[in-house]
Design a binder for this molecule. Structure first.
Ligand code: ZN
Length: 217
C-alpha cells in the first residue's frame, strides 16, 4: 500500500488523509486528499450551548460521522472556570471511550489535571496530546500514562522544546498534524523525519501504523 500524508488534526485540510476539526468555523474542502471529521468542545469555546454540543458529538459518534472526539481539553489561559472545563472534558473522554474513538487533547498549563483525568477515566488507550511542545519531564509523564504525542507546527522552530525532544518520542506513539498553521503536512513530515534521522517514507509508515491502530476510518 502506498504511504500517505496522515494529518491527525487540522482546521485546513490539504493533501493526504485529514482529520478535520471544524471548531474554528468554515472548512474549505481540499481539491486532493480525503477528509474525516472529529468533533469536540475546545475549552476556548465553552458557552451556554455546551450541553447541546455534547449531544451533537454523541449523535455524530453514534452515527459514525466522526473518527475522533476533540479537540477537547483543559486550558488555564481561557475564561471558562477549571471545574467547568474538567467536567466537560471528562464527559467527552467518557464518550470517546464508549465509542472506542481517539480523543484529541488540547492542554495548556493543565497537564497534571489531564493526567489525573486520564487515571480516572476507564478507557484512555487512545488519548492524543496534540500540538505537543513541553518539557522532557512532561513528555515522560504523558508517555508513562499511555498518551500518544502529536507533533505539529512547533517542530519548525529549532529552538522549541518539541524539536529538541523529537528523537525521544517512541515511534509507536508518534503522530503528525498541521493544526491551524500555514505549514503543509509535507513540511512538517520533512522536518520531523530530518530531526529523527529517518527517511520521510519511513516516518509515513510509522504514522500510518499508529493511525491504523487508533482510528477506525
Ligand atoms: Zn486545533
Amino acid at each position: 500500500m502506498p504511504q500517505d500524508w496522515i494529518n491527525i488534526h487540522t482546521h485546513r485540510p490539504g493533501k493526504g488523509v485529514n482529520v478535520v476539526d471544524p471548531c474554528l468555523g468554515n472548512v474549505i474542502m481540499p481539491g486532493e486528499g480525503s477528509v474525516y471529521f472529529s468533533l469536540g468542545i475546545h475549552p476556548m469555546h465553552i458557552d451556554e450551548a455546551a450541553e447541546e454540543k455534547l449531544s451533537e458529538i454523541e449523535r455524530a459518534a453514534a452515527e459514525g460521522r466522526i473518527v475522533a472526539v476533540g479537540e477537547a481539553g483543559l486550558d488555564r489561559n481561557v475564561a471558562a472556570p477549571m471545574e467547568v472545563q474538567l467536567e466537560l472534558f471528562e464527559r467527552q473522554a467518557e464518550m470517546a471511550g464508549r465509542y472506542e474513538l481517539p480523543l484529541i487533547i488540547h492542554g495548556v498549563r493543565a497537564i497534571p489535571e489531564l493526567i489525573t483525568a486520564c487515571k480516572k477515566c476507564r478507557s484512555h488507550e487512545k488519548w492524543i496530546m496534540h500540538g505537543f511542545n513541553n518539557r522532557r519531564e512532561i513528555l515522560e509523564d504523558l508517555l508513562r500514562h499511555g498518551f500518544y504525542i502529536s507533533a505539529g507546527r512547533h517542530v519548525m522552530n529549532e529552538e522549541s522544546q518539541v524539536y529538541r525532544l523529537l528523537p525521544e518520542i517512541p515511534a509507536d506513539r508518534l503522530l503528525i498534524e498541521t493544526d491551524n498553521s500555514d505549514f503543509t503536512i509535507g513540511e512538517i513530515y520533512g522536518q520531523v523525519a530530518r530531526r529523527r534521522g529517518i527517511a520521510v517514507e519511513e516516518l509515513q509508515h510509522i504514522v500510518r501504523m499508529n493511525f491504523d491502530r487508533l482510528f477506525k476510518w
